[in-house]
Design a protein around this ligand. Structure first.
Ligand code: NAG
Ligand code: NAG
Ligand code: NAG
Ligand code: NAG
Length: 507
């Protein structure tokens, strides 16, 4: 190369050349020198592109690079839409955080929030956002700041232990949508599981390095139904090797499990925690058949349950011993409307929306409706905005009757050898610890390690019991969304779950 440079310089100084030719030669020379000088830098850049393209290039377009107010972090995160149905134009929104360290070695965990948040009372099931709740109030690395202007770092984020994928499902929840409005009328559990399943396969095309990774599904509340249902679908389809997903287990927090047991537990819990009187408790016990299709056809039962809901509406049903958010817009007007709704749809088990800090809900709403946030998350171009709300009440109200119990699915998944852990914050009145214990005891599993405390930082964090095929644990003093109340304990618990290790039973 240096020899040819010498030739060029000779050419340039050769007085026989005309001016145009000299300029051309000079420019060529300048270019060659520039290339020589920049070669190291260019070389590195080319190598980098090569490395990352072999891993995650299809998903790279979803890399989030400029989330407003985001603290600096050294892991990558991605968000955007995955089309799950081309014909009808259905797209689900996800937000994915790589693990904070060694993402290549850590499992992949899908987090689902069913519905069921908010302290207002409501009929029917799901419709809330995993991004608004799970990711930005509970276990994600960025928690919405109380001023709604940005996010702050969560040092107890679950992406310290796993690669965390948050999915807004079904369509109509959060940013997820369908271009075919009639789709919104046919949503149910099975539709949701189908779309989530399609989502996973499409997502793996974008992030092929996760295709064979150890995979877990986690969630809370109404996801108590969604999670086992999706796990069952994956398990069934895994018979086809080309569709194989390396599902290892499921994790469920204060999960709706079995309607009859859930109601019995809720009533007994309210009584034993001094929310209702002995008389009300007795009337419910005598007149409510929670295993029937329509317990509310007995008006004495319906009135007594209304009384229970009325008492809970005065406090935060999701966290009995904390204050309510007094700036919440869910006024008492709203609540009486909810009662009427509940009573008018007597064919259904009333399902009640959940919630921990309704104030946080408002901060999340402000944040996700910002043009710059939507642009950064690849939701919109920043001018044609999407309308984001934390829960879609239409979906709540329209949700058809679903499986009354997922206990049969538990049995199937236990038989398949999947790891199943269930946890319960013991100050939640909505899906209280008693509901979960009633449901689990109906499984009749043999006990392998009897009831005992588990410890975190030298304190009793709760109690646990191990069964053949299932672990159950409580969180002492935590409400419905456990990680909000005890973030450090929950992260330790999550780590134990992923390792499949017993919780620490000594100080
Ligand atoms: C829905 O319709 C909009 C507007 O026509 C289009 O830009 C978008 O790609 C469609 N979504 C899907 C998932 O097909
Ligand atoms: C879910 O998918 C299965 C298999 O493709 C199909 O038979 C079923 O009808 C789907 N259910 C809904 C509600 O879309
Ligand atoms: C409700 O159920 C109880 C117990 O079965 C029964 O005695 C009572 O008559 C029922 N009340 C109504 C209004 O159906
Ligand atoms: C967003 O939703 C609110 C409340 O439902 C509604 O008033 C508003 O018009 C919607 N905005 C857009 C752009 O759809």
């Amino acid at each position: 190369m240096y020899a040819s440079l010498y030739t060029y310089i000779n050419l340039l100084t050769n007085s026989n050349m005309d001016v145009v030719c000299r300029i051309a030669v000079f420019l060529t020379l300048a270019f060659i020198i520039a290339v020589i000088l920049m070669e190291p830098a260019l070389g590195i850049r080319l190598n980098r592109v090569k490395e990352s393209s072999s891993q995650t290039l299809p998903g790279e377009e979803h890399l989030v690079t400029s989330l407003p107010g985001q603290p600096a972090v050294d892991f990558k995160h991605y968000s955007g839409y995955v089309t799950v149905n081309e014909k009808n134009g259905r797209a689900l929104f996800y937000w994915f955080y790589e693990a904070t360290s060694h993402p290549d070695e850590k499992p992949l965990v899908l987090w689902l929030n069913g519905g069921d948040k908010r302290r207002v009372l409501h009929v029917s099931g799901p419709g809330c956002s995993s991004v608004g709740y799970g990711a930005t109030q509970e276990i994600g690395p960025f928690i919405v700041d109380s001023n709604g202007h940005g996010v702050k770092y969560n040092p107890f984020s679950w992406n310290r232990e796993a690669n965390m994928l948050f999915l807004e499902s079904p369509v109509g929840v959060g940013f997820s949508y369908s271009n075919t409005t009639s789709d919104y009328n046919i949503l149910d559990d099975e539709f949701t599981a189908n779309d989530s399943y399609t989502f996973l396969h499409k997502w793996f095309l974008k992030f092929p390095s996760y295709r064979k990774r150890a995979f877990y599904i986690a969630g809370e509340s109404y996801a108590g139904k969604y999670v086992p249902e999706l796990a069952e679908l994956i398990h069934d389809r895994n018979n086809d090797p080309s569709l194989y997903i390396n599902l290892k287990g499921i994790l469920l927090g204060n999960p709706e499990t079995s309607d009859g047991e859930d109601w019995r537990g809720m009533v007994d819990y309210a009584w034993s925690h001094a929310i209702i009187s002995d008389e009300t408790h007795r009337i419910i016990g005598r007149t409510c058949d929670f295993d029937s299709n329509d317990p509310w056809s007995n008006s004495t039962c319906a009135d007594a349950v209304d009384e229970l809901l009325r008492q809970y509406s005065e406090i935060d049903i999701y966290s009995l011993y904390t204050s309510v958010c007094t700036v919440d817009s869910a006024s008492s007007d709203d609540k009486s409307k909810q009662y009427k709704l509940m009573r008018s749809s007597s064919r259904k088990m009333p399902r009640i929306m959940g919630g921990y800090d309704p104030c946080l809900d408002d901060y999340a709403k402000a944040f996700y409706n910002r043009p710059d946030v939507q642009k950064a998350l690849h939701v919109s171009d920043g001018s044609h905005l999407k309308n984001w709300s934390i829960c879609n009440t239409k979906i709540f109200q329209g949700w058809p009757d679903t499986k009354p119990s997922v206990i049969p699915i538990y049995k199937k998944l236990i038989a398949a050898g999947l790891r199943i852990w269930v946890y319960s914050g013991d100050t939640d009145g909505r899906v209280p610890v008693l509901s979960t214990r009633y449901s689990l005891s109906s499984l009749g599993l043999p006990i392998t390690k009897s009831w005992r405390p588990w410890y975190h930082e030298k304190q009793v964090s709760g109690w646990f019991q191990e069964y053949e095929g299932l672990t159950f644990a409580t969180f002492r003093g935590a409400g419905h969304a456990v990680p909000i109340f005890v973030p450090s304990n929950s992260l330790a618990f999550f780590a134990a779950f992923l390792l499949g290790e017993s919780l620490p039973s000594a100080r």
